[in-house]
Design a protein around this ligand. Structure first.
Ligand code: ASP
Ligand code: MG
Length: 416
């Protein structure tokens, strides 16, 4: 007997028929004698619909009230799933985040989980009851409803698994695991049986949408055993999905490159011809951080004649705001620049693999592959296990396809 947390995403609970399927899958695990906690998202499209309603009434709805509205989506699903489970003769109980007491900070719309009171859940599990918890939501210490950011149900699932010391956290989605890249772009993309936690973290932060990045961070912190699976697969076939691992398994041959992530959600800002002096990076990026805008890549060149060019990327929906902040600072004389250039038609492509630690020449292979296709690289950034480049958005799919082939990812990723 194991304690399993299963998280089902929006498409997995997108209709009452799908909810019934989920109930059957849960019932099967119960019959095998496992204790099961189920964490659910809102039905597909529901969170978008709720947020749009609020925006019909205000262009910038009050975040506290926005959370009150958004959290209702998951409340519907927990009730419906519990009804479906009882209909199958399975004892089940639903709880909102506040009822469990998933305590968060008060950063409405992007709250962080601080603590989970797992006592009640544990008591139900011991009585043989399936516990159905609303994902994406919690409560702050004053009793205000909070939400954890888009895709936050993954984090609810992993956090509950950590609090309960569950044997496994199964994340059910509409793909049967983590792929070498998006199969919609590269049909030869391959499902990975396992991926290391570090690689998963890079893939999630570089744009792979399979898991919310915060959930991966959480898993790493508490060493939660996470498995990504499809809720559309036949459970009788015992699908294994993709397991996130924590130690490099000595006996397994490790692929050099594991995957290619990409992201179209970024925009680039270049500050051209700024004075080259101590404090200039802070003069430019300090106000950006103060405006709560996340910066991803940063490049500064050694300049000629006391001047330098400075470029960075931000999320595309914060691009306008970032440009405004810089125009304002420049007008106020905080820095001098010849020109401010924005480009929101860029994309980022990243090659990720733990094997980069022990293999050389992977970056040059990536650059040559792109050069052979005439794709210009605008920015480069690297980590121990990642090389990321910014390119023109219109070459994104081509870049992903040629890199997938060059690194032989369809065969196992040893083409480094
Ligand atoms: N329903 C929320 C969203 O769409 C949370 C989730 O699905 O993980 O972002
Ligand atoms: Mg999701």
């Amino acid at each position: 007997m194991a304690l399993i947390v299963q998280k089902y995403g929006g498409t997995s609970v997108g209709s009452t028929a799908r909810i019934r399927d989920v109930a059957r899958r849960v019932a099967r695990f119960r019959r095998e004698g496992h204790q099961v906690v189920v964490v659910v998202s809102a039905m597909a499209g529901e969170t978008n619909r709720l947020l749009a309603l609020a925006r019909e009434l205000s262009p910038s709805p009050d975040p506290r009230e926005l959370d009150v509205v958004a959290a209702t989506g998951e409340q519907v699903t927990i009730g419906l799933l519990s009804i479906a489970l009882k209909e199958l003769g399975v004892e089940a109980r639903s709880y909102t985040g506040a009822q469990v007491r998933i305590l968060t900070d008060n950063a409405h719309t992007k709250a962080r989980i601080l603590e989970i009171d797992e006592e009640r859940v544990r008591r139900d599990l011991e009585a043989g009851t399936v516990v159905v918890v609303a994902g994406f939501q919690g409560v702050d210490r004053h009793g205000n409803v909070t939400t954890l950011g888009r895709g936050g149900s993954d984090t609810s699932g992993v956090a509950l698994a950590a609090a309960l010391k569950a044997d496994e956290c199964q994340i059910y989605t509409d793909v049967d695991g983590v792929y070498t890249t998006d199969p919609r772009i590269v049909p030869e993309a391959r499902r990975l049986d396992r991926i290391t936690f570090e690689e998963m973290l890079e893939l999630a932060s570089q744009g792979s949408k399979v898991l919310q990045i915060r959930s991966v961070e959480f898993a790493g912190k508490y060493l939660v055993r996470v498995r990504v699976l499809s809720s559309f697969e036949d459970p009788e076939a015992n699908p294994t999905g993709t397991l996130i691992t924590y130690e490099e398994d000595e006996n397994m041959e490790q692929a050099i490159i594991s995957g290619i992530a990409f992201n179209r959600d970024e925009a680039k800002i270049s500050v051209m011809g700024v004075e080259d002096r101590p404090g200039i990076a802070y003069a430019i990026l300090g106000p950006i951080a103060a405006a709560n805008i996340d910066v991803d890549m940063i490049v500064q060149n050694i300049g000629a004649s006391g001047h330098t060019d400075f470029s960075f990327t931000v999320n595309r929906n914060e691009y306008r705001k970032a440009l405004e902040v810089l125009e304002r600072e420049r007008a106020a004389g905080r820095f001098q620049a010849r020109e401010l250039i924005g480009d929101n038609r860029i994309a980022k492509v990243s090659v990720v693999g733990i094997g980069m630690r022990s293999h050389v020449g992977l970056a040059s292979k990536m650059f040559k592959t792109l050069a052979d296709e005439g794709i210009n690289i605008q920015m480069i950034s690297t980590s121990e296990i990642k090389i990321a480049v910014v390119i023109d958005e219109k070459y994104l799919e081509l870049a992903v396809r040629v890199l997938h082939k060059a690194f032989e990812l369809e065969k196992g990723g040893n083409g480094g």
